[in-house]
Design a protein around this ligand. Structure first.
Ligand code: OAD
Length: 247
């Protein structure tokens, strides 16, 4: 712990809160994370699934994988961590939620504005005309779904080697630069540019709080490292903020 101020004082004095979430925030809902023993990348090869070349070479395989992940997401519910962030947004003056997750669980928990850096698995995008649509309008049943223009549909997520949505990345960096309190929650903080957001926040003067079940690349620069599941820690932190905040 590098910061001398107590957590309560930090929460009380914060005027602008920004939060970055990763797969860990949805782990307690039952959505698998990417890395780690039970992570998706231990069972699947990203280079065969999460890039455009792979998709062009074998779109059925990639669609099947996304259909599998969509089915998981359809069956799970937001957890207390998602709900705490949604309520926090409603009660705080300045609050920005940035996520690397594509599962839409923040929105389902009631978060009004979510900056999605890696797209949304519930949306599709046409490779030809670029139109986006709700994924639940189409299902993968062995045949790659098509757009009304005749083009091939792909999941509207960011794959390896692709650039992030411009508006989202601009909003995310602005939120990092203006925050005086930045929370990094449930992310291994190794995929860039998302992983640079907590660093940017910190070098712009924010206090950095990390919530994770284990240490990450970010932990050495965090002012407070709160170890444990985000579904337990976020509601407690939010309640603490609620009781100490002024006004
Ligand atoms: P990772 O799978 O890399 O990391 C998940 C993090 O969550 C780890 O640091 C875990 O320790 C932590 N964790 C697990 N359960 C937790 C819990 N209950 N509470 C708190 N923390 C918990 O996922 P991300 O950091 O989100 O990108 O991965 C970043 C990006 O890499 C993803 O968006 C995805 C992937 O490749 C794309 O697909 C573009």
């Amino acid at each position: 712990m590098h910061h001398t101020e107590s957590l309560c004082a930090l929460l009380r004095d914060s005027r602008s809160i920004s939060v970055l979430t990763g797969a860990g925030v949805s782990a307690e809902s039952g959505v698998p994370t990417f890395r780690g023993k039970e992570g998706l990348w231990s069972k699947f090869k990203p280079e065969e699934l999460a890039n455009l070349q792979a998709f062009m070479a074998n779109p059925e395989l990639v669609w099947e994988w996304y259909e599998y992940r969509r089915r998981i997401i359809d069956q799970v519910q937001p957890n207390p961590g998602h709900y705490a962030l949604a309520q926090w947004e409603k009660e705080a003056g300045s609050f920005h939620l940035i996520t690397q997750n594509v599962d839409g669980l923040h929105q389902r928990a009631g978060s009004g504005k979510v900056i999605e850096l890696h797209g949304n698995i519930l949306h599709n995008r046409c490779l030809r005309c670029g139109n986006t649509s709700q994924s639940r309008e189409v299902h993968f049943e062995g045949k790659v779904p098509g757009c009304s223009c005749g083009g091939m549909l792909r999941p509207d997520v960011v794959w390896f080697g692709e650039t992030l949505p411009e508006k989202a990345i601009e909003e995310a960096f602005a939120a990092a630069e203006t925050a005086d309190l930045f929370l990094s929650v449930g992310t291994s903080a190794i995929v860039y540019p998302a992983a640079s957001l907590p660093q940017v926040a910190k070098s712009s003067g924010a206090v950095l709080i990390e919530i994770n079940v284990e240490h990450t690349a970010l932990t050495p620069i965090a002012d407070h490292f709160l170890q444990g599941p985000s579904g337990e820690i976020l509601p407690v932190l939010f309640e603490k903020w609620r009781t100490v905040r002024i006004g």
